[in-house]
Design a protein around this ligand. Structure first.
Ligand SMILES: Cc1cc2nc3c(=O)[nH]c(=O)nc-3n(C[C@H](O)[C@H](O)[C@H](O)COP(=O)(O)OP(=O)(O)OC[C@H]3O[C@@H](n4cnc5c(N)ncnc54)[C@H](O)[C@@H]3O)c2cc1C
Length: 164
């Protein structure tokens, strides 16, 4: 494509085709777009597909790993294996879903569009479930002592079982 663009005559004759091609690449559209492939996103997609398997659903999530967080309570209590709470994101993706392995950056609801790292995706329906952001810093001294001094938290895969 580069060599065609450097030659004006060829560029003029092919430009409309290139523009169309470019539009097709950037205007990705799915009937349903789900932001977040955690428990909420994965189970919502699976339930929708169970009702209608012809639905066109995309899940947006950059993560390699999926965590079943509720089990961390049992892990902390010493009755469940931490390794069983971690799976690859690919292994939990429902069959028939398009996985957009990218981060959602911003929302443009007036255009039914979400900006992703590699460009926008458009939707008819949007489901937003990116989880929560833990703010350890809200408690003075907590970040420094987490994982030390007998302080742990069942809200963290890394430290929920370190004192077992
Ligand atoms: C110890 C513990 C016990 C719990 N017990 C219970 C319980 O008994 N019952 C209950 O209902 N809940 C419980 N919870 C809460 C539980 O974590 C949630 O119910 C559920 O796992 C959250 O799922 P989620 O999909 O909303 O979030 P998560 O599982 O956190 O998934 C969010 C996903 O969004 C992705 N994401 C984040 N930002 C972006 C972005 N910008 N773009 C794209 N993707 C993004 C992340 O990569 C992640 O994969 C517990 C939690 C903990 C830690």
């Amino acid at each position: 494509m580069k060599s065609a663009i450097t030659c004006p005559a060829i560029y003029r004759s092919f430009a409309p085709a290139f523009k169309l091609h470019y539009l097709l690449i950037i205007m990705v559209h799915h009937q349903i777009v789900i932001i977040g492939g955690g428990n909420a996103g994965i189970s919502t997609a699976a339930q929708l597909l169970r009702k209608n398997k012809s639905l066109d659903i995309a899940i947006v999530d950059p993560a390699d790993k999926h965590y079943y967080q509720p089990a961390w309570t049992l892990v902390g209590g010493g009755v469940f294996d931490i390794n069983k709470t971690e799976r690859t994101e690919a292994s939990v993706m429902p069959k028939g879903v398009t996985w957009l392995k990218q981060k959602a950056l911003s929302f443009a609801p007036d255009q039914n569009q979400v900006e992703l790292e590699n460009g926008p995706v458009q939707y008819d329906y949007l489901i937003v479930c990116p989880g929560i952001q833990l703010n350890w810093n809200a408690i003075k001294g907590l970040p420094e002592t987490l994982g030390k001094n007998n302080v742990c938290s069942n809200y963290s895969f890394r430290i929920c079982s370190i004192y077992l």
